[in-house]
Design a protein around this ligand. Structure first.
Ligand SMILES: *Cc1c(COP(=O)(O)O)cnc(C)c1O
Length: 395
């Protein structure tokens, strides 16, 4: 794996910690055991971390397969040489189902029109298509309703070119609460749907339901495979998930074990592109939303909301420079952000800045930025721009 990088040519970039990623996957593997398929969810550019580098880290760390949202994400993995199983969880345009068959992808199935088109596409290629039936159990997002299930199943039975390899569902409320009664009800409906499949002669080899929170907290959700997204990147799905886990880990083996801690994989850095002094009572940025109360040293950073630094962080977030906090002043621009370095000694042009991650003994987590913005860390990292260079580091 790559170790040293010359970053002098970059205004901003993202570093991915190989040891942190490996530790997270080891933790997840320990939760699910050796038999359950560990599928890593790498949709949306691997939650903003970078599809290819994360896919490489994942396979090296013992992941078994991938889940993506879009066909093009799966094709990008194939083009990069990944031969592992890939489940496309989002709708594949009917006109492109042939590409999914050609690349041997697992395709989500929840409606009869897609079932027929997928079967046709497979027949045209003289292959079988690998379908994963998505069952609605109460999230009321994507999936086939109980009432329509038998009709679809009858259709599937008539199309031998469809290999119903998998059946799955997705929890609505497993991370936002410490009360898991609703999840248990979803699980009951999922089992009932599987019984109906079985009665029709369909026995999928891959039954799956668990996202990160379920995989970490509930063994009864593991079945044959888990789909873990956020936790592989070192984030807890929510504060409730972490609380629930800490509570149990204390019972099981002591919550203080560092092996039971997820570690953020991503560090977002930039280099100072200008330093200037603004006199007392000067304004900073568009709309003059910040006025200096003393002679102020400002560092200009070459990143903005177009890079994924949310405009709601204006005047509230801070960054790390020289191991200290430097507050954002004024509105975040499309490509530029101004920070106050008056209290940071010896700041120079092109000095390294940390926007998310650790510097010295301070750290800024995606969770902190999410709290400022009023969102979840998933959104903070998923919106990191694809144009930022990503690199794997061994620290
Ligand atoms: C995104 C997604 C996941 C992963 O969820 P995490 O909470 O990030 O682990 C799992 N399953 C489905 C269907 C998803 O869309």
């Amino acid at each position: 794996m790559t170790t040293t990088h010359d970053t002098r040519g970059f205004g901003s970039w993202i570093e991915l910690s190989a040891p942190a990623y490996q530790a997270n996957l080891a933790f997840l593997r320990q939760r699910i055991g050796p038999e359950v398929e560990l599928a890593v969810v790498v949709k949306s550019n691997a939650y903003g971390h970078g599809l290819e580098p994360i896919a490489r880290l994942a396979i090296d760390a013992g992941a078994d397969s991938f889940c993506v949202h879009a066909l093009d994400e799966a094709l990008a993995l194939r083009a990069a040489g990944f031969t592992q199983d890939i489940l496309v969880m989002g709708h594949v345009p009917l006109a492109r189902l042939g590409e999914a068959v050609a690349e041997d992808l697992r395709v989500v199935l929840y409606d009869p029109v897609t079932a027929d088109a997928l079967a046709d596409a497979a027949e045209r290629r003289g292959k079988r298509a690998r379908a994963h039936l998505k069952v609605e159990t109460g999230t009321n997002r994507q999936g086939i309703d109980g009432a329509e299930l038998d009709g679809l199943v009858a259709r599937l039975v008539e199309r031998p070119s469809l290999d119903v390899e998998g059946v799955y569902t997705h929890f609505a409320d497993i991370e936002d609460t410490t009360d898991h009664a609703f999840a248990r009800e979803q699980l009951r409906l999922f089992r009932a749907a599987m019984d109906r499949l079985e009665a029709a002669g369909i026995t999928p080899r891959k039954r799956h339901a668990a996202c990160s929170a379920a995989a970490i907290l509930y063994e009864e959700t593991h079945f044959d495979m888990v789909r873990v997204g956020i936790s592989q990147y070192g984030f807890w799905s929510s504060k409730q998930t972490r609380l629930s886990f800490d509570h149990r880990a204390t019972d099981e083996r002591g919550a203080s074990d560092p092996a039971h801690r997820l570690q953020p994989v991503l560090t977002w850095k930039a280099r100072i592109s200008q330093i200037k002094t603004v006199p007392t009572d000067g304004f900073v940025g568009y709309g003059r939303t910040y006025q200096t109360t003393r002679d102020t040293r400002l560092a200009i950073l070459p990143i903005g909301y177009a890079d994924g630094y949310d405009r709601h962080l204006s005047n509230v977030a801070s960054v790390l420079i020289g191991g200290r906090r430097a507050p954002v002043r004024g509105r975040i621009c499309m490509n530029l952000t101004m920070v106050d370095v008056t209290d940071v000694p010896d700041v120079g042009l092109e000095d390294e800045v940390v926007l998310i991650g650790r510097q010295g003994d301070r750290r800024i987590d995606a969770d902190d930025l999410a709290d400022h913005v009023g969102t979840i860390p998933y959104e903070i990292v998923a919106r990191l721009a694809a144009h930022l260079p990503r690199m794997i580091v061994d620290r």
